[in-house]
Design a protein around this ligand. Structure first.
Ligand code: R5P
Length: 294
């Protein structure tokens, strides 16, 4: 029986209290549609507006990479420590437990292998399949200065158009060809083009000189790519420096899953990213120096 009296006699309208506006603090996200903001908040922890994304998509162009031979054994135990997992739909469907709850950043471009020109990618996932997989975002490689620059940019802009319709954000991954230098001037150009053309977040490499200008000149969050395996302390130091220079987190692969202590390493990365822990402190707290680490 409906309680009609209660409908008319409510006393908690607090008419003197102004409606509380909520401002999304994530860079560039304030004017996005609710679904898009909600998905970004699953990737970037709203307490810090930063992310520890675990990148394991290497197989889509280079096959079973060291550390990813058995994703079920090496990666699944790490899922509870990752804010998001960057991977392919094949690996999601075959190996990642749907019950893990980890937000998926779905690799959505591909085509060439390491035996060919990597910049010759096309869109490799339909947006409705990304929706079916409950993807939190899609990721696309952009080759600024590469042989197929325009094609890769169009892959991104088409995914942005489709993502806008579905409410799914796009992570642009700036690929730096061997012939290009990873200096701040190049990285500024690459990330800015991606953001101007609609990417909701950009992944790029760290550079020691001027990385703050790369993040500052980009109106959406920049996450640092890990790159080749370094010593644990060097990788943590790079992550720390990137965060200090304005990065909104990391999207790190080999430096975590190729570590002899992957769980300790991802926990140390989390301390650097989310707690601004000094790299030496994070290393000492989580890593065991008795184990091999290089
Ligand atoms: C770029 O091509 C892919 O997203 C890579 O799989 C990813 O950037 C690799 O991560 P990391 O360099 O940290 O191993």
């Amino acid at each position: 029986m409906p309680d009609n009296d209660d409908l008319t006699d409510g006393e908690r309208f607090q008419t003197q209290v102004a409606a509380r506006p909520h401002v999304n603090q994530l860079k560039g996200a304030g004017a996005l549609d609710w679904g898009m903001q909600s998905r970004l908040a699953r990737i970037f922890d709203p307490r810090t507006n930063r992310t520890v994304m675990l990148a394991i998509d290497h197989g889509y162009f280079q096959g079973p990479t060291t550390g990813l031979e058995r994703v079920d054994l090496s990666i699944v135990p790490l899922l509870g420590f990752a804010d998001a997992l960057m991977t392919t739909r094949g690996m999601v469907r075959s190996t990642i437990p749907a019950t893990s709850g980890v937000p998926i950043v779905l690799r959505a471009s591909g085509g060439p292998s390491i035996l060919k020109d990597l910049s010759d990618e096309q869109i490799a996932v339909a947006m409705d399949d990304a929706v079916r997989l409950n993807a939190t975002a899609v990721a696309v490689q952009v080759f600024i200065g590469g042989e197929n620059e325009t094609q890769s940019v169009h892959n991104m802009t088409r995914l942005v158009d489709q993502g806008q319709q579905a409410g799914i954000p796009v992570l642009a991954v700036t690929a730096v060809g061997r012939e290009l230098s990873r200096d701040a001037r190049y990285l500024r150009l690459a990330v800015r083009i991606c953001a101007e053309l609609g990417a909701h977040m950009v992944k790029t490499y760290y550079c020691a000189e001027g990385f703050d200008t790369v993040t500052s000149g980009c109106p959406v969050p920049v996450v640092m790519a890990g790159g080749k395996k370094l010593s644990g302390l060097d990788a943590l130091t790079m992550a720390y420096n990137a965060i200090e220079a304005g990065a909104a987190g990391v999207d790190m692969g080999r430096n975590i899953f190729q570590s002899d202590q992957p769980v300790a390493m991802i926990r140390a990365v989390r301390a650097v990213v989310h707690d601004s822990a000094k790299p030496e402190h994070a290393y000492e707290k989580f890593m065991q120096p008795t184990l091999h680490d290089n």
